[in-house]
Design a binder for this molecule. Structure first.
Ligand SMILES: N[C@@H](CCC(=O)N[C@@H](CS)C(=O)NCC(=O)O)C(=O)O
Length: 251
């Protein structure tokens, strides 16, 4: 069977999650960038892979898989690593699936879609007006809820499923790392010390560096644009900054 191809943009949180897992679990993938900032996700060639025009997407022979959580589960199965990364018991697997589902309607919806995109990214990328100060405070209050829930989920454990990271850790954390763009980032984590420690712990993992190097190269530039009123709001530079940090494949 051929190697799977991951269609990927490193500014996309779920794309980073899949790349991260592939590195951690030693899954050999080819990586093909689909630059969102250039509109490549709307090109006919990519729409054949994912008619819903979203990354990540995976092609493996005749198989096409979209949705990062499904891709992660597929790759874990492919690598015969499901016991290690999804769970070795029914209860452990249920815990992982619970968190993968929870993420869509909590961290992803209320932090990334509800806050990161309108408040942090779109104003800098495209000059779209940010919400009013009052609206931002309301969005922050709503976004704080999943962070508090995550803090409770962690309890005294190092990772969401216990002593070792699971797919859930790698799937959720990139949306929280997106908040590295926020000058008020520390305010999110101050009431959630277990989440702060968990994120710091995950940053020490080898796959974090590989999967987040491009995003970490973009963040300081976006922060600089955000405070420079005359800087162009045009993200066409993003692929050039990211590309050196996106390998053509994972080993
Ligand atoms: N539920 C999807 C979300 C994927 C997603 O939101 N992808 C974004 C980038 S982070 C995208 O491709 N947006 C382009 C579009 O929707 O047209 C998953 O978990 O994979």
């Amino acid at each position: 069977m051929t190697r799977p191809t991951l269609f990927h943009d490193p500014t996309s949180e779920p794309s980073r999650a899949v790349h991260w897992f592939a590195v951690e679990a030693g899954v050999a993938l080819d990586i093909r960038p689909v630059w969102l900032s250039r509109g490549e996700h709307l090109a006919p060639a990519f729409l054949e892979v994912n008619p819903c025009h979203q990354v990540p997407a995976l092609a493996h022979g005749a198989i096409r898989i979209t949705e990062a959580s499904a891709i992660l589960i597929y790759l874990a199965d492919l690598a015969s690593a499901s016991d290690r990364w999804v769970g070795a018991t029914p209860a452990a697997r249920a815990r992982t699936h619970q968190l993968l589902s929870w993420h869509h309607t909590q961290t992803r919806l209320h932090l990334t879609i509800g806050y990161f995109l309108p408040v942090l990214l779109r104003p800098v990328y495209r000059g779209v007006a940010a919400p009013s100060a009052d609206a931002i405070e309301a969005l922050r209050a709503r976004g704080a809820e999943p962070i508090a829930q995550l803090d409770a989920f962690l309890g005294d454990a190092a990772y969401l499923g216990g002593a070792d990271p699971s797919l859930a850790d790698l799937f959720l954390a990139p949306d929280l790392y997106a908040l590295d763009l926020d000058p008020r980032k520390d305010e999110w984590l101050a009431p959630a010390p277990r989440v702060a420690a968990w994120l710091a712990r995950l940053r020490e993992r080898p796959g974090y560096v590989a999967s987040h190097a491009a995003w970490n190269a973009v963040v300081p530039r976006l922060r600089a644009i955000a405070i420079e009123p005359l800087a162009p709001r045009d993200p066409s530079w993003v692929p050039e900054v990211c590309a050196p940090h996106v390998p053509a494949s994972t080993p």
